[in-house]
Design a protein around this ligand. Structure first.
Ligand SMILES: [Zn+2]
Length: 127
């Protein structure tokens, strides 16, 4: 699961690369002069290099966490007194260990469903 609006480092990196491709296209088609192109891309290259090193750091942290917290994979996850899924993996969120949840969500309203639920208690959709 992802918190709304939060971009992961990897997602930010992909966005920067996309912007870079856009600028390269503009330059190639003559919409942007060389000076503007140089200015825009040199800033972007620096940002991309920075993000790449952060992605690398996160990958290393993730490997470390995966080894440290491997025991809790498969643990049930509760919301109040209902099991909604199980820990499916260890990841990194804002530089700290975080858990991935293999939970079942409602196909209609995306609410978390109880494990083995037959229908969604939020919207009534059959599951
Ligand atoms: Zn629903």
């Amino acid at each position: 699961m992802c918190i709304g609006g939060h971009l992961s480092v990897t997602e930010s990196l992909e966005k920067k690369k996309e912007t870079l491709r856009g600028i390269a296209k503009d330059f190639a088609s003559g919409n942007v002069d060389e000076r503007t192109y140089q200015e825009k891309t040199s800033a972007l290259f620096a940002e991309i290099a920075e993000l790449k090193s952060r992605v690398e750091q996160e990958e290393n942290l993730k490997k470390q966490y995966e080894v440290t917290y491997t025991d809790i994979i498969g643990f049930p996850v509760f919301v109040e007194d209902k099991v909604v899924g199980r820990v499916s993996g260890i990841t990194v969120f804002e530089g700290r260990p975080a858990l991935s949840l293999a939970g079942v969500t409602c196909p209609r309203c995306k609410a978390l469903l109880e494990e083995n639920a037959k229908f969604c208690v939020e919207c009534g959709a059959a599951v």
